[in-house]
Design a protein around this ligand. Structure first.
Ligand code: SF4
Length: 913
């Protein structure tokens, strides 16, 4: 759709530019929201929710609604680089192809690997997987989705015969009870969470039970919070299975018609935990609370159990997933409106990656290495000369193999493993040793780029085109809206160029992502038998039914592809308009057509903390995404939480003799994390919570993955990110302060953390050495960082050891430092942030050294509503004045919570406190 937009330029002249509205899909979490973009003059100038998209119906969370602010040419990788030197595409792709070919010739196909991402598009994934598994002859393709949902994927396969989510978001709205397990959707999947909140408003009878060791924005609005012992989820759901059996809540007809293995599963549960008292003890919760939640599950027909990382990121994550699914199969609560187990994925295209076989243990099109017929089927379809015959190395094993020298060439695409992998420092060492590291990446700030021999500039959201699949199986198009900067190319294009140079030209002739998608769709239907045929066929030969069938899209025209309407798979002759729910008549993708109960022996996390250690839980915060390469560029997304933190119970804080907002230090595996203490009763004693996002680009020591051991689930290979014992101590700073600057600098203090602001950057600093206060130290402290500044203004307060320094270039405030030895001082930077980069009259600029505006009115406290920059102090004042006793009233007066709604849980907490 085209229209005209009127802008006012700097001279106040009006300028009219043609604008176009395009629909696309958000590239962040697995909710898969539709986005409507306004594009003017090759720039995305505005975004809003797509009202017709079935995931979000017009809403976007704060990350989604800031998408246009992340699209900028600054900080982008613009040209290929080979061994540190700029290169042409011809040289770069030839170098990669030659190195891969030579390595394979000398050391075999398993000496090379791809490590890709749940954020690349289905077509990118498909080409990588085809090259590796069909033409190189190895299955060493894995993805950062291994860190996210690999356990759920295996649990689905064991129970349903296929990695398939049975239900859809609508089930959450239609349910009578929702169990949210190991998940904080208010922060991690905000739009799905808002759909739940809305459903509860519409139906106050809807009960929400949150199962999570910590209190979160999600649990605060729940009817029941089961604050169970970390990692005890399988005990809880095994206990539920026993409860259902003992309380006449089993659907025996359903089990008889559609399932196998019920008795074995129940016997396993009973032999491990004969009584429900045992279960309550194992979960460290009251029996009364346990029974209350079990009753809710048993007494309602429409129950959805939504689960994510708290279940998956565990050394027994697959079993936990199956313990949940067992309860739904046993009670027949699956395959109809408002019921079912529901794994919700973290990444935008984790599901699409699984469809093409982007994990090392999968083949393409939801087929597997365990079935020789399926290997043969894929080989025939691709006409593949060298088909992989066995699973490849999963992420942790893959980087171990790089470290041991078994893998000699690795190509990393759109992911940042030196930040996100467990034991991340080992990944660094492994990449340093590896003879050939190729990195396809969009952003210079992705740390992994520093370890690359060949850097390939890749397009990113808004520039590239292709499909993604959401957590509810809905396929949507991410659209190319603007030209890519520099020489950036699409990932599928880069891999195709290299495949052609490896002499596989005939099989890699793609000219557009559309060509790839059609091939992917055709493979999904190739020799795929229907669920009905599967149930009634005789013998076990041949390929089984695959629920993943999008053969209805195999002949999509380019125009239809570019205007694709979001549709849930299967999409085939039987269901041309897509399928909301799977397994509505049973018809599972097993050889028998029946679902499997899996006997689960519940287990705790593998490593037990010592008396001095705490158990570290990790997770996302509301406004940031992964390693911040994209969201860290947007000032308003840094205002809600701008510093790495450690949530800790008051008893533990007392033991460590630290106060709220003091710095704490965590140590494990020779690595350190420093974060600000948030003392809260949200944490159980002996347990802490730490965000996953910060890394060496944004903080001195806050890369949490470096502290996490590489313990994985034996079946899924997913690391145990959620329950890692670590040492904890007070940081014991001598002074603290902040530095606001128009440009980034390299600090050497023992602690610093950086946040992007409108006019530059802000650092919060602390150090274990004395304040650079005495003699000339104070000025040289900043002069070394800002050699171009000679115009300094210094204020020292001898008594209270306060130091403030302002640096000017041509009267423009270029940097400002404030620090002191009183660690209890809470610095507000809001006034100085507004002054930085502005001219200041020499006569009046002394006033700046107060670091406050005259009435302090700019200090609105910690930003709660990122969309409208409404601070904690403003909100509290409005509530205290008596004018605002509801979220709606706050919204009316201050606008907070009226755009994306991500801050509503916090607004509710302020009102009820
Ligand atoms: Fe994007 Fe937010 Fe929707 Fe997730 S919930 S897809 S981050 S807009």
């Amino acid at each position: 759709m085209n229209s005209n937009i009127i802008f006012t330029d700097k001279q106040n002249a009006t300028v009219s530019l043609a604008s176009s509205i395009y629909k696309t899909t958000c590239p962040y979490c697995g909710v898969g929201c539709g986005v409507s973009t306004t594009v003017v003059d090759n720039k995305i100038v505005a975004v809003k929710g797509d009202e017709n998209h079935p995931s979000n119906f017009g809403r976007l969370c704060v990350k989604g609604s800031s998408l246009h602010e992340t699209v900028a040419d600054t900080g982008r990788i613009l040209t290929p680089k080979v061994f540190g030197k700029q290169a042409s595409w011809e040289e770069a792709t030839s170098t990669v192809a030659e190195h891969f070919k030579q390595t394979i010739a000398e050391h075999g196909p398993d000496s090379v690997a791809f490590y890709v991402s749940g954020q690349i598009l289905t077509e990118d994934y498909y080409v990588v997987n085809k090259l590796m598994k069909g033409f190189i002859g190895s299955a060493n393709v894995d993805t950062n989705s291994r860190l996210c949902m690999a356990s759920a994927s295996v649990a689905h396969k064991r129970a349903f015969g296929e990695d398939a989510v049975p239900g859809c978001y609508e089930d959450l709205e239609q349910a009578e009870v929702i169990f949210i397990v190991g998940s904080n959707p208010a922060y991690a999947h905000p739009i799905v969470y808002q759909r739940i909140v809305k459903a509860k408003e519409n139906n106050p009878q809807l009960k929400v039970v949150v199962i999570d060791p910590r209190a979160t924005a999600t649990s605060k609005n729940a009817d029941l919070h089961i604050k169970l012992k970390p990692g005890s989820d399988a005990f809880y759901f095994n206990g539920l299975l026993a409860y259902l059996a003992e309380n006449n809540a089993i659907d025996t007809d359903y089990i008889e018609q559609h399932c196998l293995g019920y008795s074995e599963a129940l016997d396993t549960v009973k032999s491990q935990m004969p009584t429900l008292e045992n279960v309550a003890k194992a979960c460290d919760i009251k029996l009364k609370t346990l029974l209350e939640s079990y009753q809710l599950f048993a007494q309602h027909k429409k129950v959805v159990s939504m689960f994510s990382m708290g279940i998956n990121q565990s050394s027994s994550g697959v079993d936990k997933g199956n313990a949940i699914i067992n309860c739904h199969l046993a009670s027949g609560k699956i395959g109809y409106v408002g019921a079912g187990p529901f794994s919700i994925t973290g990444q935008p295209n984790a599901m699409g990656g699984r469809e093409v076989g982007g994990l090392a243990n999968q083949l393409a099109g939801h087929m597997h290495f365990e079935n020789p017929n399926e290997i043969d089927l894929v080989q025939r379809f691709w006409n593949a000369p060298k088909m992989a015959q066995k699973q490849g190395l999963k992420a942790v094993d893959m980087f171990d193999a790089v470290n041991s020298g078994k893998i000699k060439a690795i190509w990393i695409i759109a992911t940042n493993p030196v930040v996100s992998m467990p034991n991340a420092n080992l990944v660094k060492k492994a990449l340093q040793k590896c003879p050939m590291v190729v990195v396809s990446e969009s952003y210079e700030s992705a740390e992994t780029v520093n370890y690359a021999d060949v850097v390939l500039p890749a397009t990113t959201w808004g520039e590239k085109e292709g499909m993604v699949t959401s957590s509810e199986r809905t396929i949507s198009l991410q659209k190319s809206l603007v030209r890519a900067p520099g020489m950036a190319k699409n990932d599928w294009e880069i891999v195709t160029l290299v495949a052609q140079k490896m002499e596989f030209s005939d099989a890699f002739t793609y000219k557009h992502a559309h060509d790839i998608f059609k091939e992917h769709a055709a493979l999904s239907g190739f020799e795929n038998i229907s669920a009905d045929e599967n149930m009634h066929r005789s013998g076990t030969e041949g390929s089984v039914h695959r629920a993943f069938d999008i053969s209805g899209l195999a002949n999509l025209s380019l125009d239809e592809y570019l205007n694709f309407t979001p549709t849930p798979w299967p999409i085939n002759a039987e269901n041309p308009k897509g399928t909301k729910r799977l397994f509505t008549q049973g018809g599972f993708a097993t050889k028998t057509g029946k679902a499997n109960f899996v006997p689960v022996v519940a287990k705790y996390p593998q490593v037990v903390p010592s008396a001095k250690q705490v158990i570290m839980n990790t997770g996302r915060i509301r406004d940031q995404w992964h390693t911040m390469t994209r969201t860290g560029r947007v000032p308003k997304l840094m205002t809600h939480l701008s510093e790495p933190f450690i949530q800790i119970n008051a008893k533990d804080a007392k033991r460590l003799n630290v106060v709220d907002k003091a710095l704490l230090q965590l140590d494990n595996l020779g690595s350190t994390y420093i974060g600000r203490a948030q003392i809260t009763d949200e944490q159980r004693v002996g347990e802490i919570f730490v965000p996953i996002h910060w890394n060496d680009s944004f903080s001195k020591s806050a890369k949490v993955s470096a502290l996490i051991s590489s313990i994985t689930d034996a079946l899924s290979g997913q690391p145990e990110f959620k329950q890692c014992p670590v040492n904890i101590s007070a940081f014991n700073a001598k002074w603290s302060g902040y530095l606001v600057s128009t440009m980034p600098v390299k600090l050497t203090t023992d602690y610093w953390t950086m946040a992007t602001i409108e006019q530059g950057v802000k650092y919060v600093i602390a150090d274990k050495q004395g304040l650079p206060y005495c003699a000339d130290d104070s000025e040289t402290f900043l002069q070394t960082h800002f050699p171009e500044i000679s115009d300094w203004l210094v204020l020292k307060d001898d008594k209270s050891h306060i130091l403030r320094i302002a640096g000017f270039v041509n009267n423009v405030l270029t940097c400002f430092f404030a620090g002191g030895t009183d660690l209890s001082v809470k610095y507000s930077t809001q006034f100085i942030e507004k002054q930085i980069g502005k001219k200041h009259n020499p006569k009046t600029r002394f006033k700046l050294l107060s670091a406050l505006d005259s009435d302090g009115s700019l200090d609105v406290g910690e930003i709660i509503c990122s969309c409208f920059q409404v601070g904690e102090k403003t909100i509290k004042q409005a509530i205290a004045s008596g004018d605002c006793s509801s979220v709606e009233a706050l919204g009316k007066q201050l606008k907070c919570g009226t755009n994306c709604g991500s801050c509503i849980p916090e607004l509710k907490a302020f009102i009820s406190s």
